[in-house]
Design a protein around this ligand. Structure first.
Ligand code: FAD
Ligand code: SF4
Length: 332
């Protein structure tokens, strides 16, 4: 049985207190929300904080409500609550759908939106016990020097495996970060780096406090997930598609892929292939082809990597076909 290492556990009740505790704990301190990612990682000694600061007792991070210009979701709302929330289901079905595709009901009851958006990147050579990793002399993401996926690579290629992050980038959500220097609002896409180790642009002492969803008028979005077991598994490919409509014409579009890079990867060429035209078979095929080209899955997650790359074309096409069908139904 894998056991947690010993650590100090603090439970602040305000953001200010949490940030002060993190300053006291220094680099050996980490925030935790539901703990469904951090605690297993601690058991495998992938992450080894001496102090863990829980965000779950902070009222400002709870709850979800519609505002004039959209919806504000607290980072500690659980994925179960998020996907069951009537306003989210009605106005942001892609968000509800992505959240309910995460893992299992038990983990969704504990796991939070903020934890999902800050989820550690994954790799077959990293998501192993300490002893397994030691037997191969570790890798550069933790305790070692080499990348076993690409041994001559100077960087880590561990994969962004959050289901909700690609949707947030696609719909143009914004994240409120709170840290010692105050608050700042960043577009969802700007939270991420394409680097398996430094995969977040946020500072370690910053808390993701709120997720601001844009007004739900005039656009539609969806998320399609490829995984080995339909009952539960991390995505090996996620395809989020967002289109803004003017009648039957697409005036703006974004296609964002999960599971193919160290960040949720927006494929600008795929969005550009859709702009200014109806969502015809040709437009969908052009966008799917554009998404296929830059998707470069590596051999560090499930399934054969060339097959996963092929699936990018298929999943992007399916996502766009779903949006077209929904539009057709609405205009009948
Ligand atoms: C068996 C299993 C299957 C899983 N399957 C999936 C899956 O299919 N799809 C998927 O997306 N995920 C999956 N997960 C991962 C995880 O359960 C979810 O992503 C969950 O939403 C993580 O949320 P959490 O609150 O538990 O995060 P935690 O474990 O509490 O935190 C995760 C990371 O985020 C940081 N963090 C958390 N909240 C904040 C905040 N508000 N501000 C700043 N930093 C923060 C923590 O410091 C930590 O680094 C799976 C996990 C397991 C164990
Ligand atoms: S991609 Fe390379 S460095 Fe990164 S976790 Fe995997 S083996 Fe380690």
């Amino acid at each position: 049985m894998l056991r947690l290492p010993s650590f100090t556990y603090w439970q602040p009740t305000s953001l200010k207190e949490a940030v002060a505790m993190k300053a006291d704990a220094g680099p050996d301190g980490m925030y935790v929300a539901g703990g469904t990612d951090l605690y297993p990682n601690m058991k495998r000694r992938q992450q080894t904080p001496a102090t863990v600061i829980s965000l779950m007792g902070i009222e400002a991070l709870a709850g979800c409500g519609m505002r004039d210009a959209g919806c504000v979701v607290g980072a500690c709302v659980t994925l179960s609550d998020l996907s069951a929330d009537p306003a989210i289901r009605q106005h942001y079905p892609a968000v509800a759908h992505a959240a309910e595709l995460v893992s299992t009901p038990l983990l969704r009851n504990m796991g939070t939106l903020g934890g999902n958006l800050c989820l550690d990147t994954r790799c077959n050579y990293y998501d192993q016990t300490y002893e397994w990793r030691k037997a191969i002399d570790f890798c550069m993401k933790k305790d070692g020097h080499i990348c076993w996926v690409a041994p001559s690579s100077p960087r880590c290629w561990a994969v962004s495996s959050s289901d909700v992050a690609p949707v947030m980038v696609a719909i143009g959500a914004e994240f409120l970060l709170v840290g010692p220097a105050g608050e700042r609002l960043v577009p969802a896409g700007r939270l991420y780096h394409n680097d398996g180790i430094n995969y977040l642009t946020k500072q370690a002492d910053e808390i993701l406090a709120e997720v601001r969803l844009p007004s739900a008028d005039g656009w539609d979005a969806t998320y399609h997930k490829l995984r080995r077991r339909g009952s539960f598994d991390f995505p090996v490919l996620g395809a989020a598609a967002w289109v803004r409509w003017d009648g039957d014409r697409v005036v703006d579009a974004r296609v964002v892929l999960g599971g193919v890079a160290s960040w949720p990867q927006e494929v600008a060429e795929a969005g550009a292939a859709l702009k200014g035209r109806a969502l015809s078979d040709d437009a969908i095929a052009a966008a799917a082809e554009a998404a296929y080209r830059p998707a470069k899955p590596l051999d560090n997650t499930d399934f054969d990597l060339s097959w996963r790359k092929q699936m990018t074309r298929v999943y992007v096409a399916r996502a766009l076909q779903e949006l077209r069908e929904r539009r057709n139904l609405q205009s009948r």
